[in-house]
Design a binder for this molecule. Structure first.
Ligand SMILES: [Zn+2]
Ligand SMILES: [Zn+2]
Length: 171
């Protein structure tokens, strides 16, 4: 990796507002808070004073906040890492496709899957909502001669969407 590439990569890894490492540190802090609240909640069950035992009824609710914060921060770190790992020759389309079937993805709640019959591809992140990270494999030329280099899946999609498109495999 040359200097220009590595500094470009540092730039994308660092990001303007949070690094993956910082997101994971915060997730660990939230996880620690969650653990302390759960411990206190368990310990209050052994309190002989019923009024004091009752006073801790909110602990279980309180623990839910840091638990979901930890999950969200870990997902944030993972997404930043995926973005930083995109190859320099990655397809430039800002959303994902199935590498074999094209625009057949559905996603919900941070999960994504291909809806093409018989395709078993699943992703445990929102592939559809993130920039395409597949390597460029085809040049798609439209009727005006304008061209765009795309991955397998986006080339399939362009074939059906762009009228009179010519799709040329790149060697
Ligand atoms: Zn598929
Ligand atoms: Zn693509």
């Amino acid at each position: 990796m040359n200097d220009a590439t590595s500094s470009a990569r540092d730039e994308t890894t660092r990001g303007p507002w949070m690094t993956p490492a910082q997101a994971r540190q915060l997730a660990a802090a939230a996880g620690d808070l969650y653990f302390q609240l759960r411990e206190a909640d368990l310990a209050r069950d052994t309190d002989p004073d019923p009024a004091r035992r009752r006073a801790g009824w909110r602990l279980d609710l309180a623990a839910g906040g840091p638990h979901s914060a930890a999950e969200d921060l870990l997902d944030t770190a993972d997404e930043l890492i995926r973005l930083a790992a995109r190859r320099t020759d990655a397809c430039s389309v800002p959303w994902g496709v199935c590498p074999e079937h094209g625009a057949t993805l559905r996603s919900t709640a941070g999960r994504c899957w291909c809806t093409a019959p018989g395709c078993l591809r699943r992703w445990f992140h929102d592939r559809l909502g993130e920039p395409c990270a597949e390597p460029v494999t085809h040049r798609v030329v439209d009727a005006d001669g304008d061209w765009l280099d795309l991955c397998d899946g986006h080339a399939i999609d362009a074939r059906t969407r762009i009228i009179n498109a010519t799709v040329i495999p790149l060697s």
